[in-house]
Write a protein that binds this ligand. Structure first.
Ligand code: G1P
Length: 287
């Protein structure tokens, strides 16, 4: 079955971006002029998704506000001849259905995904962690197709130096990478000590999951960091169903901390046809 729903866990407090995140959710911080959350939606839509489920918290009303129509702003833009911008703002959230689920306790990523259960229903779905931005939809698209053809869950993977694995979920491969970057997964472990890690292939923030994962999440006990870990639920799935990872050479930005967010902004701005040329001239003068 084609994947048409995507879940975005967005209930976190954004402590790494305080004080900005006192009032503005981390997911709405801009990459140039576009909230990171919008880029995540665009990526998902590009992979065939038509229903976004945002898992948020009632302490972050701005996330819901972002999807409300703003007729006064649109009217003002149109009356001043800025139709192109008016069209763009008006289209936000219209090419896709947006639903909300609420996670009012920070119990971990597995718990956050579990909060989306009722809205997702009984079909495969994608999960996109909004701290990571991709340069295109191609990875998610390939993952969705693989889930469709194998009937099992799929995770996005990246090879990192062995000493860096401890901050991530790490897979235990059951074979080798094929020409499409696909690898079968036997098991996985969340935030292992590098010496105990089964590989140097880490799970990046893209998942396409079969809905039985919700039963696994409901049974998972607190793991690494005392949290309900998604990786632990996936490990249980991998033990009894086909499970694959995909390594793909796609641009990826980690915007979960101020330095990563800033460098993503600069890299993306350098390619922007409007501000790129000016930035390119100015940047070397600062070095
Ligand atoms: C989460 C997942 C982890 C994954 C990582 C990717 O960790 O639990 O398996 O590798 O995202 O960014 P977190 O960054 O929330 O600690």
């Amino acid at each position: 079955m084609r994947v048409h729903t995507a879940v975005v866990p967005a209930a976190g407090m954004g402590t790494r971006f305080l004080p900005a995140t006192k009032a503005v959710p981390k997911e709405l911080l801009p990459i140039i002029d576009t909230p990171a959350l919008q880029l995540i939606i665009d990526e998902a839509v590009g992979a065939g998704v038509d229903h976004m489920v945002i898992v948020t918290s009632r302490a972050k009303p701005a996330i819901e506000a972002y999807f409300q129509p703003q007729p006064e702003v649109i009217a003002k833009l149109r009356s001043s001849g800025r139709d192109q911008l008016a069209d763009r703002v008006e289209a936000l959230g219209r090419d896709v259905k947006v639903s909300f689920a609420f996670q009012d306790q920070a119990l971990g990523l597995g718990h956050a995904v579990g909060c989306a259960r009722e809205v997702v229903g009984d079909e495969p779905f994608a999960v996109l962690l909004p701290d990571e931005l991709m340069g295109s939809s191609s990875l998610l698209d390939q993952m969705a197709r693989l889930c469709e053809s194998t009937g099992g869950s799929v995770v996005g993977l990246k090879e990192v130096p062995h000493e860096d694995v401890g901050a991530y979920g790490v897979i235990d491969p059951a074979g080798t990478l094929d020409a499409d970057g696909v690898i079968p997964v036997r098991s996985m472990v969340e935030k292992p000590k590098p010496a105990d890690a089964p590989s140097n292939l880490i799970i990046i923030g893209r998942y396409v999951l079969t809905p039985d994962v919700f039963d696994e999440i409901a049974q998972v006990q607190p793991g690494a960091g005392g949290e309900i870990q998604l990786t632990d639920a996936l490990k249980a799935q991998a033990a009894r169903s086909p499970f694959h990872g995909v390594v793909r050479d796609v641009l990826r930005y980690d915007t979960g901390n101020p330095l990563g967010w800033l460098t993503a902004n600069i890299e993306i701005a350098l390619q922007d046809p409007k501000i790129g040329p000016q930035l390119r001239e100015w940047l070397p003068t600062q070095l």
